[in-house]
Structures are given as C-alpha cells and as structure tokens.
Unconditional design. Structure first.
Length: 303
C-alpha cells in the first residue's frame, strides 16, 4: 500500500515536469542522432555503438528533478539560465564565480539557473571518464560509465538548444512582476514538437560536420547567446505551434524549418561536446593512486 501511494504521488510530479525540457522521446531522438553523427569519427567503438544506453540516460536529469525535495531543489536550476536576470554581465568561468555575480546583482543563483555550468561540468566529467578508458580500454565498467555520463550531458546540452531554457519568458511572456501576460503554455508546445513529429535520428545526423571546441566554456556561452537571441523567433511562431497533445501534426513551412534548425543544432552541439571531451581526455592525468589501491587489470591491461 505504501509503495502504491508513493507511486501515485510521483506520477503527477513526473507529468508536471514533462513540459520543462524536450519531452523524453525528444531527448532520445536527439541523443541517438548525436551518436550517429560520430560514425566516421575517431571516437571509441563502444561509444559509437552506445546510442541505446546514451539515449536511455538522456532522460535521467528530468526524472531526477521530480525526485525528493533535496534532489529536486538542487536539480531544477541545472536546466535553465535566465539571461535577463544577469543584466548583460559577462558570465564568469566557474559556477562559484557565477554565484558571486548573482549575489552582487541581488539575484538568487537558483532563480537565475546554472545550465551553462552544468554543461561544462558534465563535459569535463565525461573527459575524465574517457581518460580512464584510455588507461583501461577493455574495462566494461568504465565504458558503461562513459555512456551514462554522455547521456546525462546530452540532456543538458539539448535543453540549452531550446531557446526558452534561456529566458524569464520560458512559458509565456511575463511582465515586470513575473506574471504571464501572453502565450502561456508555449513551452509545452515547443518541447513536445520533436517527439510528436517522431523525427528520424539518422536523418538528423546526416551531413553534420562534428569538430571539437577549441575552448569549452567560451563555446558554450556563445551557443547560449545565439539561442537566447532566438527567443523572439519562438514567440513570433507561437500561434503556429500545434498543441503538445497533437501527434504527427501538419506544420507550416516556417515552423518546420525552425524545428529542423533547432533539432540539427541540438544534435551537432551534443556531438561536439562528446568529441571535445574525447580530445580533452588525451591530455588529462589520473591521480597517482589510480589503479594502485584497487585493481583494474582483470578487465584489461593499460595500452
């Protein structure tokens, strides 16, 4: 009975949160497309064949934000960055410097959101896991860890590719008091569109040129600025987006082109973060104790 009650309490929370990121199958589609775009790259074979696991884990951050209160309060701000609250200030390099900036602006950091830093940190977590893989390339546990990290990273990267994750106008235009004055519910329509169109991952991946970023944080910030500039475009098309409940909707050409634009950007950005992590891993060093106080040899010797 207690288990049933817990389930009944959790289900509405999950449903309530579906509209605040690409819907789960949207993340699955984009994550698979990102991996497929790497088919001709020098990424490890296990990774190029790991689209199912990566896609599975791409929904995890959305599930976690619906968890118990301590997890929920920490996870939710990881999914957005409301640029208007930062008043044009340059984003600093690290999360804690950003928190200091928010404090100086008298803005609660959790209200402004941490998405930019979440993406950078998960990219670097993946880079460290790739470094482990380079040391022990046959270790299946390390391989699985890389896929899990990649799936989690994909969620945040794809969130940032959706312009409404970068604005106070995330679910309708708001006034100076934060009250919605128009287009309430727009976030649900935009987030549902990839899933409802059932876009083909391999088609999204076709022809993409995937190169690592030279500088991680500046590249993430540049991507976020570019997507924030498209908030007005979302609202220009707001009345043309179909209901989030409409499967396989017919779209006007301008909406079709915009959805394809965002989907392609999300696919490419996610893949670029993957190859950036792989490139970074080549020059990282593991701690001196790594592999000495616990054995990994049973899973494969270092190269």
């Amino acid at each position: 009975m207690r288990g049933l009650l817990t389930s009944l309490l959790i289900i509405p929370m999950l449903i309530a949160n579906l509209g605040l990121a690409w819907w789960p199958n949207g993340h699955v589609i984009l994550s698979k497309a990102s991996v497929y775009s790497l088919s001709e790259s020098d990424m490890p074979e296990f990774f190029r064949n790991g689209e199912a696991m990566i896609a599975h884990c791409s929904a995890d951050p959305q599930v976690l934000r619906s968890g118990p209160i301590h997890l929920r309060s920490t996870e939710r701000p990881e999914h957005y960055c409301d640029y208007e609250l930062l008043r044009g200030n340059k984003l600093p390099e690290t999360r804690y410097e950003y928190i200091q900036l928010c404090n100086q602006l008298n803005v609660k950091p959790e209200k402004a959101g941490f998405l930019i830093y979440t993406i950078a940190e998960w990219t670097e977590r993946l880079a460290v896991a790739f470094t482990e893989h380079r040391r022990y390339p046959k270790n299946p546990h390390i391989q699985q860890k890389c896929l899990v990290y990649a799936g989690i990273l994909s969620h945040y990267a794809q969130d940032m590719s959706q312009p409404l994750h970068l604005t106070i106008h995330y679910n309708g235009r708001v006034d100076k008091n934060g009250s919605v004055i128009s287009n309430k519910g727009i976030h649900y329509k935009v987030d549902a569109i990839i899933e409802n169109l059932d876009l083909a991952p391999k088609k999204l991946a076709t022809g993409l040129k995937i190169q690592p970023f030279e500088n991680l944080m500046p590249s993430i910030i540049a991507m976020s600025h570019a997507r924030h500039k498209e908030v007005d475009k979302v609202y220009q098309l707001a009345d043309q987006f179909p209901s989030e409940n409409e499967k396989h909707p017919s779209l006007k050409p301008e909406v079709t082109n915009f959805v394809h634009h965002l989907s392609t950007l999300a696919t490419q950005f996610t893949a670029q973060l993957y190859v950036t992590a792989w490139k970074t891993s080549k020059n990282l060093e593991l701690p001196e104790w790594y592999g000495t106080d616990f054995t990994r040899n049973e899973y494969g010797e270092p190269e």
